[in-house]
Design a protein around this ligand. Structure first.
Ligand code: FMN
Length: 208
């Protein structure tokens, strides 16, 4: 029986079918229809969310705005020190946790667990959000780490976080940047190794 299952899996792989743990997102629309100044005027932290799911199109639009590729040479919507592109984004939702891969506009599953309560870390109602985006600075992106690497990571993370705040407003969504989270569980479940620093998370949803 085991041999049979292995054979089927091998056949599927050979047929070039997408692996089950990769979700291809719809192309980002990049036209949320709100001006930057309107989004700045509206931006405010929200901590109470409806449980309604976020459509994949909105998620794609949001992730692209956060840290997607906006130029042919692969550079991003958010600036990063020495173009290190050191900020990694993880999406935690009911069916599991995924890393956002900007170059493929896809989500790659890293855990089958619902980690939202571990991200919420017991803070009131934020755990009811349909998804969280978790921002991790990958200090390994620097060929030659120096004493400023962690500072650069925190600054780079701030740009991505603000992109998320403003894009949420433009897309009719709400969020709050949060430093609180269960670091030990998330490090383990997201598979974060040496030099990968959990910095900020964003619950994302419709305001209650
Ligand atoms: C680095 C940072 C960490 C934060 N951590 C949390 C947090 O853990 N929980 C929370 O509810 N809000 C957190 N916030 C949100 C702030 O409390 C919020 O931005 C502040 O009260 C100002 O409110 P406003 O965002 O509506 O302008 C954080 C904000 C920043 C910038």
């Amino acid at each position: 029986m085991k041999k049979f299952a292995f054979l089927i899996a091998a056949l599927l792989l050979c047929a070039g079918l997408p692996a089950q743990n990769t979700i291809k997102l719809p192309a980002p629309k990049k036209d949320a229809g709100m001006t930057l100044y309107q989004a700045l005027q509206q931006r405010a932290s929200v901590r109470q969310f409806k449980t309604d799911a976020i459509p994949e199109q909105k998620l794609s639009d949001l992730l692209w705005a956060a840290c997607g590729i906006n130029r042919e040479d692969g550079r991003l919507t958010a600036p990063t020190a020495i173009n290190s592109q050191d900020i990694r984004l993880y999406v935690c939702r009911k069916e599991g946790a995924y890393e956002y891969i900007a170059k493929d506009n896809s989500l790659v599953k890293v855990s089958g667990k619902d980690l939202r309560q571990d991200v919420a870390a017991g803070q009131g109602t934020v755990g009811e959000a349909p998804l969280f985006i978790v921002l991790v600075a990958d200090h390994n992106r620097y060929n030659r780490p120096n004493p400023r690497t962690a500072t650069y990571g925190a600054i780079d993370c701030g740009y991505v976080s603000q992109n998320i705040c403003l894009a949420c407003e433009a897309l009719g969504l709400s969020t709050v940047p949060r430093a609180m989270m269960n670091q030990d569980v998330l490090k383990k479940e997201l598979g974060l190794g040496e030099g990968m620093e959990l910095l900020i998370n964003h619950p994302v949803g419709y305001k209650k």
